[in-house]
Design a protein around this ligand. Structure first.
Ligand SMILES: Cc1cc2nc3c(=O)[nH]c(=O)nc-3n(C[C@H](O)[C@H](O)[C@H](O)COP(=O)(O)O)c2cc1C
Length: 323
């Protein structure tokens, strides 16, 4: 493994390393309101969803809303995607004013439109390009730069040591490894052995991602792979409680309906304040469905929630759930 030349190391408050569990970048979910809820529950760091470097540089107004953070979110990370080193460098410089802990480069997105543009997991095919981009970003800002990788393009081209090595040599301060190939998408089982292998070899913190659906699984991932931190994506959607459980070191069992309703109400009110009632309520429908998965009478509640367009309408459901 190449040696690190990170001029800006990855730094979190000391206490955060006691429970280094992070909210992953999740497009369509990891907005400022949900990140605030996860931060309050105890997530040590929350990532924005992937933000287009191209759109930022062009001054696209809607893109900026993805970057704003709630005051309760003391530490957050911004993730950028793109393919052009100069554009990513300019975007990294632009987002530095938000003072994220780290600016992360997306090298994992499997969506065809993104890949066609040479971004996301397309970058896995050219490790030297990852190095070039990281170097350009690093030279453009004093905020540390990290990368988020998949294990490789497909099972015949597993190359995480190479891609991580290129990023680290170019100055990346940390690497997240989602233990799947691009071809796997989100199917199959994540390869924790690859996370263990990279964690053992890299001289920067390695964060593991993939298949952490419970507090117990997050603790297991750390124990089995020796990774420095665990990133949680699908396991946190509708379940920010996972971060509270991790603070308290274990699975808490079923979350009572009342607590789910109170948390949703808080989440939605933060979203309304930030994004306006109409947009927040439309977006909240999918969160509601995730929060109520597995709850008694969840199906009936969801059938009503998918028609709600005002805070008041949602509040009526929350009230009933609180009993
Ligand atoms: C709906 C959805 C959106 C995602 N968006 C992003 C993203 O914007 N950036 C990124 O690096 N990964 C993204 N991911 C990948 C996750 O961050 C994570 O690496 C992956 O889902 C595996 O973790 P999990 O098993 O905890 O879900 C996304 C995943 C899902 C399911």
């Amino acid at each position: 493994m190449n040696h690190n030349s990170a001029s800006h190391p990855f730094v979190l408050d000391e206490g955060a390393w006691e429970a280094p569990y992070f909210l992953a970048p999740v497009a369509g979910y990891s907005d400022a309101a949900f990140r605030a809820v996860c931060a309050e529950m105890g997530a040590a760091l929350c990532y924005t969803e992937m933000v287009s470097a191209e759109a930022l540089v062009r001054g696209h107004k809607k893109t900026k809303i993805l970057l704003e953070r709630d005051p309760v979110e003391m530490a957050y990370a911004i993730q950028l995607f793109g393919a052009n080193p100069a554009t990513l460098a300019a975007a990294a410089e632009m987002v530095s004013k938000y003072k994220p802990v780290v600016i992360d480069l997306n090298c994992g997105c499997p969506v065809p439109k993104i890949i066609k543009a040479g971004a996301g997991s397309a970058l896995l095919r050219t490790p030297e390009k990852i190095g070039e981009i990281v170097r350009a970003m690093r030279d453009a800002t004093s905020i540390p730069i990290s990368v988020k990788l998949r294990t490789g393009w497909d099972k015949d081209s597993i190359n995480y040591l190479e891609t991580a090595g290129a990023a680290i040599q170019a100055g990346a301060c940390a690497v997240t490894l989602h233990g799947r190939t691009r071809t796997q998408g989100y199917l199959g089982q994540a390869d924790w052995e690859a996370i263990r292998d990279l964690s053992a070899r890299a001289d920067v913190p390695v964060f593991g991602s993939g298949d952490v659906f419970s507090a117990r699984a997050a603790i297991d991932m750390r124990a089995r792979t020796g990774c420095a931190g665990v990133m949680i994506a699908r396991g946190a959607i509708g379940n920010p409680f996972i971060f509270a459980e991790l603070r308290e070191s274990g699975d808490a069992g079923e979350i009572p309906s009342r607590r789910v309703a109170e948390t949703m109400e808080h989440h939605l009110s933060l979203a309304v304040q930030r994004f306006g009632e109409k947009s927040a309520c439309m977006e909240f429908r999918k969160h509601f469905c995730a929060y109520t998965k597995g709850l008694p009478s969840g199906a009936q509640l969801r059938a009503r929630a998918v028609r709600c367009s005002t805070f008041e309408e949602f509040s009526q459901i929350f009230k009933e759930m609180k009993g």
